[in-house]
Design a protein around this ligand. Structure first.
Ligand code: NOJ
Length: 574
């Protein structure tokens, strides 16, 4: 058990433009975050991951950065940011900044220079290519739809943008680019931050020659992930970043890595030879999604299966055990709300939000809470496309409704289920105007259920999702088994119940999660020979001394028990 603070932490993700506005411009800001730090302290989180607050023209809500060393005025000033950091540290919380260096904004000074002429010193900071037979240099699709190339008239060449055309990809092959990235990392670390979340960091190395993607489906542009996810020089670049920057500080690093598998993750997060502390993997987010990556086929609305979820999570838990480090999340600013996707956002909203919270906190690995998840905030369903703000959502709508003439209601149904704006509606603080988020006009509408789903209500209700999250977070502080215990899956083939053991030394905890609105029976496998079970936490009232060998579970019920008495190692059972 190699103890590290970043393993024992609970991370809270703030999407600043939707967290708390203080100046009435309808956009959350840094002073809003400062005002809410006591709330985060009450919740008990250790680390905050702050989505981008750098200067940005906002084509992709701040993931298009035009100045890495400036705070965008809509969020406040550098002095506000410094105060925010001081106030976080004063409360024992640490700060991760979002490092977006696969691409910049096209309004960044480097790109403005780069596009001026072919012999500009910054030309090679980006990936420029001549066209091929009157078309783009290759057939790659952008993650946000359309071609990944944009023609630039000034020099009559195309530049690569794996995201929007206002997010040109940096050319990591150029050592000057890497030097500049390392400089800005030092700059922020010297200002006192505690680490980085590294945006799509496994996209920075592209296969030389940028070959055409295999054609799958109709249309001229195709998913070229095999040529830019986990590319040939990725590990070399990460090693250089570690040697030149990260190893000089006590940092927490988490890489966002679409398409990553456990083998890659072990290489990158190995404690001996790895380069980052942990990664965000996407397999569980891609359940029932076509195409197998985050960005393709995400709009398909297949049914996800618990058996598949168990397989994915159990594989990550067991393969990384002792060889790397897992992170775990069920929602973030790019995903629908977890209670709408994996639980029930109607009748059993609170129960299923608590059950999912139990799942999130009881797995082996560092858990990430996305703002509002601790309230059981739900997806939103705006009637009109005009109420959506996300570039990916808007591109999807215009492509399929306007260009392909798919019936509007079908596209809106997919947007209601999957749009990134589901998680970007304002934080619900109270039942007053705009949920207490702003006194102005919010940049995106508030979810109408704020009148009954909000912080103020949940703070006053001891049985709320919020208080349940506080208890879950406290358990990690008090019991090393939560962070370090070994994971063993039970009832592998059960279609409604997800159950597993955690064990550390002689201690053993049993986690029972009903992922359905039914009332399935949990039967304790006979090879878990335990004398007595002591309840640790549950999301329904439970009698203190209940016999747990056979339990009829209530909808979305979750229970965690400490098992007394010596238990031998068990094999997964069905
Ligand atoms: C991943 C970020 O989480 C997402 O919000 C963004 O659109 C892309 N990377 C591009 O930076």
């Amino acid at each position: 058990m190699n103890r590290k603070w970043w393993k024992e932490s609970v991370v809270y993700q703030i999407y600043p433009r939707s967290f708390q506005d203080t100046d009435g411009n309808g956009i959350g800001d840094l002073r809003g975050i400062i005002n809410r730090l006591d709330y985060l302290a009450t919740l008990g989180v250790d680390v905050v991951w702050l989505c981008p607050v750098y200067r940005s023209p906002d084509d992709d809500n701040g993931y298009d950065i035009s100045d890495y060393r400036a705070i965008d005025p809509k969020f406040g000033t550098m002095a506000d940011w410094e105060e925010m950091l001081r106030e976080m540290h004063a409360r024992g919380m640490r700060l991760l900044m979002d490092l977006v260096v696969n691409h910049t904004s096209d309004e960044h000074a480097w790109f403005r220079e780069s596009r001026k002429s072919k012999d500009n010193p910054y030309r090679d900071y980006y990936i420029w290519r001549p066209g091929k037979e009157g078309r783009e240099p290759n057939n790659w699709a952008s993650c946000f739809g359309g071609s990944a190339w944009e023609y630039d008239e000034t020099t009559e060449e195309y530049f690569l943008h794996l995201f929007s055309r206002k997010q040109p990809d940096l050319n990591w092959e150029n050592p000057a680019v890497r030097n500049d990235v390392y400089d800005l990392m030092h700059w922020w670390l010297k200002k006192g931050i505690d680490g980085f979340r590294l945006d799509v960091i496994n996209m920075i190395s592209k296969v030389p020659g940028l070959p055409d993607a295999p054609e799958a489906g109709e249309g001229p542009y195709h998913w070229g992930g095999q040529y830019f996810l986990h590319g040939p020089r990725l590990l070399e670049y990460l090693k250089e970043m570690k040697d030149r920057v990260l190893s000089h500080y006590d940092t927490f690093t988490v890489g966002e890595t679409p398409g990553v598998n456990t083998e890659h993750a072990i290489h990158i997060t190995s404690e001996d030879s790895g380069t980052l502390n942990m990664l965000f993997q996407f397999e569980h987010m891609d359940l029932a999604v076509g195409g197998g990556t985050t960005f393709t086929g995400k709009w398909q609305m297949g049914r996800w299966e618990l058996l598949e979820l168990k397989q994915i999570i159990s594989r990550w838990q067991s393969e990384l055990a002792g060889r790397g480090w897992n992170s775990f999340y069920l929602s973030n600013h790019d995903q629908p709300r977890s209670v709408s996707r994996f639980g029930d956002d109607g009748e059993f909203r609170a129960e299923s939000a608590k059950m999912l919270g139990t799942f999130l906190h009881m797995l082996h690995g560092t858990p990430y809470i996305y703002q509002g998840e601790e309230l059981g905030m739900t997806n939103v369903a705006f009637d009109s496309i005009d109420d959506y703000r996300d570039i990916e959502t808007l591109n999807f709508y215009y492509e399929w409704v306007d260009n392909q003439h798919v019936p509007r209601h079908k596209i809106m149904a997919a947007i209601h289920a999957k749009s990134r704006d589901n998680s970007r509606t304002p934080m619900q603080w109270n039942d007053e105007t705009n949920a207490g988020f702003t006194e102005g006009r919010p940049w995106i509408n508030v979810n109408r259920n704020y009148v009954h789903v909000n912080v103020a209500q949940q703070l006053s209700d001891p049985d709320s999702v919020l208080h349940y999250y506080r208890q879950l977070i406290a358990l990690r502080r008090e019991h090393p088994i939560v962070t370090y215990g070994k994971y063993e899956l039970l009832l592998e083939a059960h279609e409604q119940i997800y159950s597993f053991l955690r064990s550390l030394g002689d201690e053993r905890w049993l986690v029972i999660l009903n992922f359905s609105r039914e009332t399935p029976v949990f039967a304790l496998p006979s090879n878990v020979p335990c004398l007595q079970a002591e309840l640790v936490i549950a999301n329904y009232p439970v009698a203190e001394h209940e016999e747990i060998t056979l339990l009829t579970l209530r909808p979305y019920e979750a229970r965690v028990y400490r098992l007394q008495g010596k238990c031998d190692d068990v094999e997964p059972t069905s």
